[in-house]
Write a new protein. Structure first.
Length: 99
């Protein structure tokens, strides 16, 4: 959807993307983590969990990406590979203008 702008969720009902518990954890994650870890999370989700594609997109080694995603999983306490969690995270990141 190229016409959608980062930070806007015009087409979605708030009930679809608003998860207060996950949003709180994500906000803490965004405050505490360095930019490469946040970029890794966004890149991994943008590339739908494809390690090779995401690592190329980010310009980092696959193992570096795995380490950063492992940290994100641990801190956020969610299975990033679960489509429901990934979708919620993506929409929350998008609402914050990061995706």
């Amino acid at each position: 959807m190229p016409s959608l702008q980062p930070g806007r969720l015009d087409l979605l009902d708030e009930a679809v993307w608003d998860d207060r518990d996950l949003a709180t954890r994500l906000d803490a994650f965004l405050k505490e983590q360095q930019e490469p870890v946040v970029a890794a999370l966004v890149g991994y989700l943008r590339n739908r969990g494809q390690w090779e594609q995401a690592s190329r997109h980010l310009g980092v080694h696959r193992n570096t990406l795995r380490h950063r995603i492992g940290r994100a999983r641990q801190i956020l306490g969610v299975d990033i590979d679960d489509p429901d969690h990934a979708a919620r995270l993506w929409l929350l990141l998008r609402a914050r203008g990061l995706a």
